[in-house]
Design a protein around this ligand. Sequence first.
Ligand code: AMP
Ligand code: MG
Length: 493
Amino acid sequence: MTVTPASFPFDNTFARSLDGFFVPWLPERVPAPAMVKLNHALATELGLDAGALDSPEGAAIFAGNQVPEGATPLAQAYAGHQFGGFSPQLGDGRALLLGELIDVFGQRRDLALKGSGRTPFSRGGDGKAALGPVLREYLMGEAMHALGIPTTRVLAAVTTGEQANREGLPPGAVLARVAASHIRVGTFQYFAARGDTDKLRQLADYTIARHDPAAAQADNPYLALLVGTSQRQAALIAQWMAVGFIHGVMNTDNMTLSGETIDYGPCAFMNQYDPSTVFSSIDHHGRYAYGNQPPIAQWNLARLAEALLPLVDADRDKAVAAVTKVLHSFPVLYEQRWLALMRQKLGLEAAQEDDLTLVNDFLALLQAQGVDFSQAFRGLGEDVDSRAHARNLFIDLAAFDAWTSRWHRRLAKEVATPGSRAGAMQQVNPVYIPRNHKVEEALAAAVERRDFAPFEQLLTVLSQPFSTRVEWAEYAQPATPAQALGYQTFCGT
Ligand code: AMP
Ligand code: MG
């Protein structure tokens, strides 16, 4: 079967309605596109013919050599605070939005290439991507999706036939990314920094129509957009925290208005519970450490709020007062979301006064004894009564027993039967997360030996994170201390 360009029924509202927000641009041609992995489930969800796309023709499209009919490839403009410092112009330096598709649920999704060559926003960069980071983004996106966390996802990963100009000259690659949109806090900052209030309003109206349609009816739609974005981010960060996910580079250009996780560069999952955990090689001061993610989200929302000020009220003092109120409500909003998830993780359905203390005391216990975050919660649900699974993870058993006695007393106040509780806990406490050493192993095999079997296997495991399989035992284990020693992640370059 051949792929006809008609297999992409694009409907490109961004290109159509936001003139001046992007530069039309074509992908760079590459010598030898080859499909590494097509995401069949996602293709089907997008209403595309997966079988037809999993082909040399599909590889040519996703490598950028063939622009499908109806696509309007463009590089989006955006600014951003990176590690706290403002860059008025970042933009898609190696990415191009091809267009938008309406998926089978009726949702509008962006289809974009990443690694498709230089653009007017490339600054010093080469516009390219390497196979390792491309596969990493694929794995992480699918893992997050399977965990029920809003995320961009990779539709296809292709190699280009080039060597990437990176250490070790790894294979060059391009990924096709699907996102609810690519509108970032930094997109608003771009126009705010230029004092272009008309463009800012146009962007806000577009964003409201796409992500917050109810805000259009509010007394103050732009304030309502800030509220909606805060709610989505509070929910998202709470979900990250509940699975131990560390994004690693929460710059304002990497925070979406849609509430999806975006840009899997130096991200990683925490092993032993410690809020100060950082994996990124460039995060010297721990700005984006695990425990800092909620306050950083609030900081980023404050940058969005600043950008929105002229739209919120012509009177600046009034505008500041209004957005400040929204920003101050973020910690409460976040904690409600987070506590609701932590209750679920402990098998608690009803909300009670001391739940926060019970949760925090368990986390303190994990930290004091260096216990693996995911294993501990999973262990609690495996055998709620005997407690053996979780107990084995602790050294100070008396402290563990004291906490579980409190937990059991608390569980006694619940109506759920132990059987249904165990099942419910297993639905929220993953047994398989992308363990850093397994991810590295899979990427190394692919990059160094073109052996994609470990990648495929890991992808299969991560797609079913909640049901234990004996044959997958190794994927549930944290790294040995030797494997974990000095583990670092690098920005997705
Ligand atoms: P990121 O760290 O991936 O979120 O990217 C931050 C900014 O750097 C964005 O403007 C990217 O487009 C740009 N960028 C990252 N890598 C490259 C590259 N290899 N070539 C050109 N631009 C890049
Ligand atoms: Mg980015």
